[in-house]
Design a protein around this ligand. Structure first.
Ligand code: NAD
Length: 340
C-alpha cells in the first residue's frame, strides 16, 4: 500500500474494530481511515482515545443501513477499500431480540456492498478505471459452521449450519458477499474467525464478565456444565490476519482464522481465577465464586478452526497462546475495573 488512500471501516468503535484501527494506523502511515459506527450500546468512543487525534483518522457516527449517508461518504472520500466489522455480535441478545441482527448484519452488509458496487463497478466483472483493486473485506465468524462434536475442525469447505439468530444473520451476510463476487465480479474477501478475547471487549462478554465479577466478590456465572469449547484467539492476532487477508487474500476467497487454542469455559474461569489468586490475592480462592447457571438455549458445544489456508497461503500465524494472551487481558481489565 504505497499511495495515499482512504478506507472505510465500519463498527470501529467496537471491540475488534477499535483494536484493528489502532493496529492499522500504526502500520500504514499513508492511509486515511473513516470509521463509520452507530455507537450502539456496544460501541465505545473511549476505545479509540489513543488515535482520536491522528490526522489519518476520522469518526462518523451513523448507521451502515443509512443508504444516503453511506453514499455521501463514498463520494466524499473515494474509498479504495471497505473493512466491515459493524454487527450486532452478542448471541444472547440475538436470542431475545433478533430484529437488530437481521437489520444490521444482513441488510446493513447488503447496503454497504451494493453502494461499493455502484461506486466501484462499471458493469458486472468490469471495474471502473482506477478502481480495479478496490476491495471489500467482510469480517465474519466461525459460528456460521454450526457446532462440532469432540473431534473435527471447521475448514473453509465445511457446510454452513448456523444455529443462533446471530450466526444465521452472519451466515446470510456471508452469502450476500459471496454472491457479489460470483454475480458482479466484485473484489470481496471474507474472514471467518473464532472467539476473540483481549482489551476493549464489551463488559457483557464471557472473559470481561469473569474478571469483573471475580474482583467484585460476586458469583462468576458459567453456563451449563462449563464444558462448551471455543477456539480462543487474541484480538491482535486476529487484526494481523484481517490485514493479511485485506492486502494479500485472493478475491472471492474465504479464510478461517483461529489460534488452535481450544479451551472450555470452566477452564477459562479457573485460569483467570488462578491468575487473580497470584496478582490480587484475597482470603478465599477466586474459583470458589464460580457458579453454574442455566445453559443458553441451543448452546453450540464446540467450535474449532483449521487455519491452515491462511497460514500456508498468506503466512499468518497466531503469536499468542491462550495462556500468554489471557495474562495480558486480565491485566488490562484490572486497570479498567479498578479505575472505576
Ligand atoms: P462489537 O459488538 O464489540 O462491536 C460492534 C460495533 O458495531 C459497535 O461499535 C457498534 O456500535 C457497531 N454497530 C452495530 N450496529 C451498527 C450499525 N447498524 N451501523 C454502524 N455501526 C454499528 O463486535 P466485535 O466483537 O468487535 O465484532 C466485530 C465483528 O467481528 C462482527 O462482525 C462480528 O460478527 C465479528 N466476529 C467477532 C468475534 C468475537 O469473538 N468478538 C469473532 C469472530 C467474528
Amino acid at each position: 500500500m504505497n499511495k495515499k488512500q482512504s478506507i472505510l471501516i465500519t463498527g470501529g468503535a467496537g471491540f475488534i474494530g477499535s483494536n484493528f484501527i489502532d493496529f492499522f494506523l500504526g502500520k500504514y502511515k499513508k492511509t486515511k481511515i473513516v470509521n463509520l459506527d452507530k455507537l450502539t450500546y456496544a460501541g465505545e468512543l473511549s476505545n479509540l482515545k489513543e488515535i482520536e487525534n491522528n490526522k489519518n483518522y476520522q469518526f462518523v457516527k451513523g448507521d451502515i443501513c443509512d443508504t444516503s449517508l453511506v453514499q455521501s461518504l463514498f463520494k466524499t472520500h473515494n474509498f479504495s477499500g471497505v473493512i466491515h466489522f459493524a454487527a450486532e455480535s452478542h448471541v444472547d441478545n440475538s436470542i431475545k431480540n433478533p430484529d437488530a441482527f437481521i437489520n444490521t448484519n444482513v441488510y446493513g452488509t447488503f447496503n454497504l456492498l451494493n453502494i461499493a458496487k455502484a461506486y466501484w463497478m462499471e458493469a458486472p466483472y468490469i471495474a471502473k478505471e482506477g478502481f480495479e483493486y478496490n476491495r471489500f473485506l467482510h469480517i465474519s465468524t466461525d459460528e456460521v459452521y454450526g457446532t462440532l462434536e469432540e473431534t473435527g475442525l471447521f475448514t473453509e469447505n465445511t457446510p454452513y449450519a448456523p444455529n443462533s439468530p446471530y450466526s444465521a444473520s452472519k451466515a446470510s451476510s456471508d452469502f450476500i458477499v459471496r454472491s457479489y463476487y460470483h454475480t458482479y465480479g466484485m473484489n470481496v474477501v471474507t474472514t471467518n474467525c473464532s472467539n476473540n478475547y483481549g482489551p476493549k471487549q464489551h463488559d457483557e462478554k464471557l472473559i470481561p464478565t469473569i474478571i469483573r465479577k471475580a474482583i467484585k466478590g460476586q458469583d462468576i456465572p458459567i453456563y451449563g456444565d462449563g464444558k462448551n469449547i471455543r477456539d480462543w484467539l487474541y484480538v491482535k492476532d486476529h487484526c494481523e490476519g484481517i490485514d493479511l487477508a485485506f492486502q494479500k487474500g485472493k478475491a472471492g476467497e474465504t479464510y478461517n482464522i483461529g489460534g488452535k487454542n481450544e479451551r472450555n469455559n470452566l477452564y477459562i474461569a479457573e485460569q483467570i481465577c488462578e491468575i487473580l489468586d497470584k496478582i490480587r490475592p484475597q482470603t478465599t480462592q477466586y474459583s470458589e465464586q464460580i457458579k453454574f447457571v442455566k445453559d443458553r438455549p441451543g448452546h453450540d458445544f464446540r467450535y474449532a478452526i483449521d487455519a491452515s489456508k491462511i497460514e500456508n497461503e498468506l503466512g499468518w500465524k497466531a503469536k499468542e497462546s491462550f495462556e500468554t494472551g489471557i495474562l495480558k487481558t486480565v491485566e488490562w481489565y484490572l486497570n479498567k475495573y479498578e479505575e472505576k
